[in-house]
Each structure stands twice: as C-alpha cells, then as structure tokens.
Design a binder for this molecule. Sequence first.
Ligand SMILES: C[S@@+](CC[C@H](N)C(=O)[O-])C[C@H]1O[C@@H](n2cnc3c(N)ncnc32)[C@H](O)[C@@H]1O
Length: 306
Amino acid sequence: MPRSGWDRMAAWRDRRLGERGDLTHRAVIDPSVRRMVGPVRGLRVLDLGCGNGYLARQFARASAAEVVGVDLSAPTLALARARERRRPLGVRYLRRDAADLRGLAAGAFDVVVANMCLMDIADVRGALAEAGRVLRPEGRLVLSLSHPCFDRDDRSAWDVEHVQYEETVWRRVRGYRVEEVREIPWMVAPGRFVTTRSYLRTLTTYFADLARAGFVVRRLDEPMPRAEFLRKSSSGRYVAEIPLHLVIEAVRFDRAGLGSGRFRRGVTAPASRRRARSRARGARRSESRGRTTGTGSSRRAASVGS
Ligand SMILES: C[S@@+](CC[C@H](N)C(=O)[O-])C[C@H]1O[C@@H](n2cnc3c(N)ncnc32)[C@H](O)[C@@H]1O
C-alpha cells in the first residue's frame, strides 16, 4: 500500500501533539469533546482515527476500563505503541480502516470517539456504520469535525476589514454544497509540505449518515476557544466570533427496543401510541385548514432516528 500523507508526517504530528494535543486540540476542540464524553471511569472506549493516541491515553489515565485506538496509518500507530511502551497505560492499538473494524465485536464499547478524523476518512458512511455496530445499544459516539459550514479548506477564508481603529471579521465561504476530495498541504518544515486527503461534506450528509447508521444526535457544540488559544493564536479573536469546529454527541439508537427506554420513549413509541398520535394530528390538520405549518417538521423529527 502506498504511503499516505499521514504516514509521511507521523513523526512530525507525534511531536506536535505529544501527550496533551497541540494548541487547537488542547484549547479549542478537546475541552468540548471531553465534556461531551463525560467521566469514563469503568467505560470501554474506542478512539477512532486515534493518531498518536494522546486522547486514548487521557481516557486510560481517567480510569476507563478498556481503551482501544484504531488508525489506518502504520507509522502513526508505531509511535502510539512506542508511547505505550515507555509509559504503559494498557491502551491497545489496532491498524484498521474505520469502515472495517473486523475483530472488534458488536456492542463491545460504551463510547466511540472520532476526534477530527471523519473528514479525512473516505468511507464515512461505512465508518459510522461500524461505530454503530461496535457500540452497545444506547452507547454514545462523540465526534469532532472541521466545521462543515465555515471551514471548507481552500473554499473558506478569513476576510478582515480595517477601518481606522475598527476591525471587522468576515468568513468567506464558497461552494458549500460541492462535496469533493481536496488535497490539504501541511507545512512540516519551512518550504516542505506533505499533503493529505480531506473530504468536503455538507452537514446534511453527516446527519443523514448518522441517522442511517442508527444514531440520534443528542448534543452539538461549536467550541469557544479557551484563553490559551486567544493569547497564542493570531486567529484566536476570529475563532471566538466564528467557530471552525463542530462537536457532536450521538446515541446509538436501540433498534431492538431492549434498552432502558429513554430513547424508545422519545423516538419509537409503540405502534398503538403512534396510531393514536397520527389520528390526533389528522384531526388537528382538518381543524386548521389553510395553515401550512406543523406536519412537515414532525415528519423530519421522526426520520432522525429511523
Ligand atoms: C487529523 S488526524 C486526527 C488524529 C487524532 N484523532 C487527533 O485528533 O490528533 C486524522 C487521522 O485519521 C486517520 N485515518 C485516515 N483515514 C482513516 C481510515 N480510513 N481509517 C482509520 N483511520 C484513518 C489518519 O491516519 C490520521 O491519523
């Protein structure tokens, strides 16, 4: 298999991310991801597209019962394993395509984390389906992305207007609906670039693929940069105004209806109750003839979990 950009810059990324993540991870993305994941004590956690495994290691330090990191890049995993050898925390690393998690049993995890990797994964639909398979019913997927609306690689840019002492920040975006593969250049040394593939997708695509994989989106966050980022990054003030990242918590819907009932109650009411509701809606519609609000949105809400 030819070496990917991730393979070629594995050492550079490992140095940047270390054990705490780089500035953007540490002071923008990860606080939101960690908040959504919540306490992991006693939980089985899968870190999808784990990179050098720094986040997996944080879950292990926070007393997760089991932590597995999965990535496609062998050199990246070699560095993750070297960290594990130097300071053993019991994290297991496996080389897998996120869309083919063979060897990991159905329902084996309580939480799957996909930190800043889904936009780099070619088969996102397959990856979400596999995340759904390896999660136990009502297990949670927490994912972070480059913001699909505001951070579209070279299709988006800051536009800063200076009028005397006043600074106005705009974010220019073009071609939002165009879904395509982009080659992203990373400057790993002055004048030296490595490129990786990124897949531009709309929010609609992500949400449709989540629903298809059996997920119900519970929370969404557009993380606010922390003080460290505002202090150290030249774009800190801009990111405080317009988010460049998105964090989502989605719950694996229990198709078999065997769970605690929290989601069953919200999404799959028993057939008799659904029929009664539908009769009531029909009655309301005929009372309010001429009004166009109401029915469309309830259909959309129901399809989220279907
Ligand atoms: C931007 S890095 C994020 C790594 C890590 N989660 C982090 O936040 O530092 C994207 C990662 O996705 C991995 N990746 C790309 N395609 C993949 C696939 N099909 N299956 C698993 N991992 C993949 C890359 O090797 C890379 O380590």
